[in-house]
Structures are given as C-alpha cells and as structure tokens.
Design a protein around this ligand. Structure first.
Ligand code: N01
Length: 486
C-alpha cells in the first residue's frame, strides 16, 4: 500500500496543473496516469493539423511560465512540449506513475482515506482525491449498418503508420477536430470527402501581431474571447453582429453559391462550438475536396452510401465524430460515504457537482473540468486555474478546521446546480436550435459554465465552508463536526 496526501488521477494539463499548484503549497502529491507520458488529450489527439485554436497566452496557466510558450503556435507538438516541461518540474517534487490505470476509488470512513486500486493491483491510500480524467476522451463512433474493409480511424486515435499520400479519405463530421484535420489532409491525400450532417459557424482566426509582454497579451486575449459571450448568453444584437461577421467570412472565402448555401448554418451561432479558422473554407473549395450533405446510410467494403443513393468510394475512413462526454469518470467506479456511487447518482439525477468540483456523499474529492466548468468560447485552462485555487483553499480549510474530511452539503450542490440550469435556460447552447455535446439527453446543459469566466473565478475565489460538513474518522465528533458512521 502506498500512502499519500493528495492522489491525482490523470496526467493531462488539469492533473499536471494540480500537481504543480498543490506541491508549491507544500502538499505531498502522487499522480497516476494510464498513458505512457504526460499530456492527456494532447497525447491522444495527434491527427494532422491538430492544434488549439485559443491563443497560447491564454491556453496556459498563469503560474507556470515555461520557456518558448507564448511566442509559439499552440499546435499539439507545442502543447505536448509544454506538458512535458511542466511534468519535468513535477517529477522533481512529486511522484508520477505512468502506465498506471486506476480501476476504482473507495472512500473509507474508518480511516477517512481514499482507497484507490490500480490495474496492476497496487493499493493507494490518500487523504484527498483529485479526479483529472478529462471530459472528452472516449471516442464516439456512429453506428451504421454494413462494414468498411479499409483502415478506420478516429481523430483521437490516429495511426501514424498509415500512409495517406494519394489515398481517398472520407471524413465524417465537421466539428472543431474536422475543421483542423481537413485543411491538413488536402496537402497529401489524393481525395478528401467530407460528410457533413450540420454545418458549423466559422469565425476568422484573430492574431495579435504586436509583440506584447506575457501579462498584457494574456489580458488582451482574455477579453477578446470573453466579448463573444454576450452573443451566446442572450444578447440578440450581439448575436446578430457575430452571425453577420461569420457570414462575411463565409462569403469572402467561398465564391460558389451552392457550396456557400450548404455551409450556411440554420441554427444560432454558438449553439455548437464555434470554429475559429482561416483554412477550413479554402480547404473545402479545393479541387480534391468534396462536401457531401446527404445523410450517411450504410458502409460498404470500399465506400460510404448516402440517403441520396450515391456511393462514395474511399480508401480510409476517419471519424471526426467527437466524444462521449464525462465518460471516463462515468466508467471509473467511485464510491463515497456509505457506498454512494458517483456513477449511480449521476445516472439517476444527471451529472452535477457543486461549482463543478465537489459532489455530495463523496468527501475530500475534487473533479477538475467537471460538470458545467467547460467553455465553448475561451480557454478551459482559465476555468481549471480557478478550480485549482478552490481545491487548494479546500485543503487548507480542512486542516484549519481540524476535520479529517469535508463533504459538500446536498442542498448547496442542488442550489448551485439549479442556478446553473436557470442561467443556461436562455442561452444559445440550450435554445439555439441545435443539438450538441453540451446538452444531455433531456436537453439540459451539464457541460458549459453559463456565464463569464471571471464570474466563475469570483465564485471559486474563497472556499465556502458553510456549504460543507466536516467528518472525523473515528471518535469524538464535536463543534459541529460530524462523526463518521462506522
Ligand atoms: O467533435 P464534435 P470534435 N453522421 O462533437 C458529426 C474540443 N476541441 O472532436 O453536428 C454524421 O464537436 C457531428 O455532426 P452534428 C472542442 O471543445 C477543441 O470536432 O452532430 N455526422 C459533428 O459535426 C470541441 O467542441 C479544439 O450534426 C456525425 C462532428 O461529427 C470538442 O473538442 C480542437 C455523426 C462531431 O463534432 C469536440 O470536437 C478540437 C453521424 N452519425 C476539438 N455523428 C481546440 O482547438 C457525429 N457526427 C481547442
């Protein structure tokens, strides 16, 4: 058995950020990562053209100044390099085990510790558990009748041994991943056929050419993204202006009126993730690219069939079809007090957490990138940094109150979730006339924070102890401190 103070599950940017932030505050940290290296989503997504369309100054933690970061492009190589530099720093102060998959986490009331098993059979015991497993890493593959005999890829499961030179590649999907993949594919594939079910809203990439110091650049980029928000959360005037800007971009880059019509969305901008790209539309106009808008009906050994009766011959099939949201966490058995199962509670009541971070019945556990902490218009790292501050404050408060553990009160979680759902009701994500991964089956937004990210920073700035109950491991509950049930 390995004992530690804070056990972090996941070595992506969330887990690495937590390790860095908490070790600097004197915490003893142990990171478990199932992959063979750091980077999380950026280790998995290596498709051609993969990058982050958010400026690197903003797609970074303010507390990790790593060399060469903000001057570079945020392509996946650069972000992976950044992750490795961050991991190198962490390796000096904390233990990180790669190739280590966590199979279950059980809260033990007797010793007020998390008991965490790995696939190799090691038992870890930790006072605090940080779940940084990522929200978008279980690929979603559409079920179609028939089967394709050639190579089948997903954007997050690329096969770099596959030579695409001259190949006829079919790409299903036109989301953020496809928007980066397709322009990169036309350089070497012989033919690219893009199967579009719903056109995306596309805005031009904005770049700051004036050299600015880190803080100033971060501030400029922060507000540039944040000003998109009113258009998404209710201002009709702002939305109309943003849609007009996107349509001007479409007109400027797509001369063919038929193709333009096929690419014009019929839902409100922001309902799905906005694409920031100057290269997607030119790639769709390329002579070797074909856009297919008829729905997919069947796979054949060497082709994809569509509802208009046509057969599109391809050599390679790529799914740019997104992910099952929060699936990694839903698949990991996590049992809190009295055997409360996170998965069962979420499956019954819907995915929710107080401030996207803590769940009733699950003491001393913190979800990074949890429910309603996603963003569609700016950097998720800004949200993660707010969460890290909150987690650090929670750990300090646990010590200060002399408790072994803190657990969020059900009413507090319910109140904050109700508020989030109320604030989401009028947004374009819920009412924009589309379906996206932002919404659950009932059409409720359980993914995005429905407001300004600085508001989330304000909500998480101080740890709200009154929303938590204290727990002691064994004898002697007092002063409002609840004794753990045996
Ligand atoms: O996945 P998606 P993604 N038949 O779910 C289509 C982040 N990200 O991997 O819109 C036909 O957005 C589906 O069609 P429709 C970002 O948060 C960030 O592209 O459902 N088509 C859609 O077009 C993003 O939101 C960056 O009608 C089918 C596409 O597949 C998230 O990752 C870069 C289909 C899926 O789009 C996911 O993006 C890349 C079917 N049966 C990704 N099933 C940055 O730069 C699905 N589709 C930060």
């Amino acid at each position: 058995m390995i004992d530690t103070e804070v056990l972090i599950v996941g070595g992506g940017l969330a887990g690495l950020g937590a390790a860095h932030y908490l070790t600097r505050r004197g915490r003893t940290v142990h990171v478990l990562e199932r992959s063979s290296g750091p980077g999380g989503t950026w280790l998995e997504n290596t498709y051609p053209g993969c990058e982050c369309d958010i400026h690197p100054a903003l797609y970074s933690y303010s507390f990790t100044r790593l060399p060469g970061w903000i001057s570079g492009r945020a392509d996946h190589h650069q972000i992976l390099r950044h992750s490795r530099l961050l991991a190198d720093r962490i390796h000096r102060v904390a233990r990180v085990d790669y190739d280590t998959e966590v199979t279950d986490c059980h809260w033990n009331d007797t010793d007020a510790r998390w008991h965490v098993h790995t696939r190799s059979g090691t038992l870890h015991r930790a006072r605090f558990l940080v779940l940084a497993t990522g929200a978008l890493n279980v690929p979603r593959i559409p079920r179609l009748p028939g089967s394709f005999a050639g190579p089948v890829l997903h954007t997050a499961r690329w096969n770099h041994d596959l030579d695409l030179r001259g190949a006829r590649v079919g790409v299903i999907g036109t989301g953020a991943s496809a928007a980066q993949l397709v322009p990169a594919l036309i350089d070497h594939a012989g033919q690219v056929t893009v199967f579009q079910r719903t056109p995306a809203w596309v805005l031009p990439r904005t770049r700051t050419r004036v050299p600015l110091p880190y803080r100033a650049r971060r501030t400029v980029e922060y507000w540039r993204n944040e000003t998109l928000l009113p258009a998404l959360t209710g201002s009709k005037r702002r939305r109309a202006a943003l849609e007009a800007r996107a349509l001007r971009h479409l007109h400027a880059q797509i001369p063919d009126p038929v193709l333009r019509r096929a690419l014009t969305p019929s839902y409100r901008i922001g309902c799905k993730r906005i694409i920031f790209s100057d290269t997607l539309y030119p790639a769709l106009c390329h002579p070797t690219t074909t856009l297919v808008t008829s729905p997919l009906t069947e796979l054949a050994a060497d082709a994809v069939r569509t509802a208009d009766g046509r057969r599109h011959e391809i050599d390679v099939l790529v799914h740019a079809t997104g992910f099952h949201v929060s699936a990694a966490l839903m698949r990991l058995p996590i049992h809190g007090r009295n055997g409360v199962s996170l998965q069962e509670v979420w499956a019954r009541d819907g995915v929710s957490a107080h401030l996207g971070t803590t769940v009733a019945g699950i003491p001393n556990a913190f979800i990074l990138g949890g429910p309603n902490t996603g963003v569609g218009h700016t950097s998720v790292l800004f949200m993660l940094e707010s969460q890290l501050r909150y987690v650090a404050a929670a750990l300090d408060e646990t010590d200060r109150t002399g408790a072994d553990a803190l657990v969020v009160r059900e009413q507090a979680q319910h109140r904050s979730t109700t508020r989030i759902h109320h604030d989401s009701a009028a947004t374009t994500w819920t009412r924009g006339g589309c379906r996206s991964w932002y919404l659950d089956r009932e059409g409720i937004n359980r993914s995005l924070w429905p407001g300004a990210t600085w508001r989330y920073r304000l909500h998480t700035r101080t740890f709200d102890l009154h929303n938590y109950r204290s727990i002691r491991a064994s004898t002697g509950g007092s002063d409002g401190i609840e004794q753990a049930e045996p």
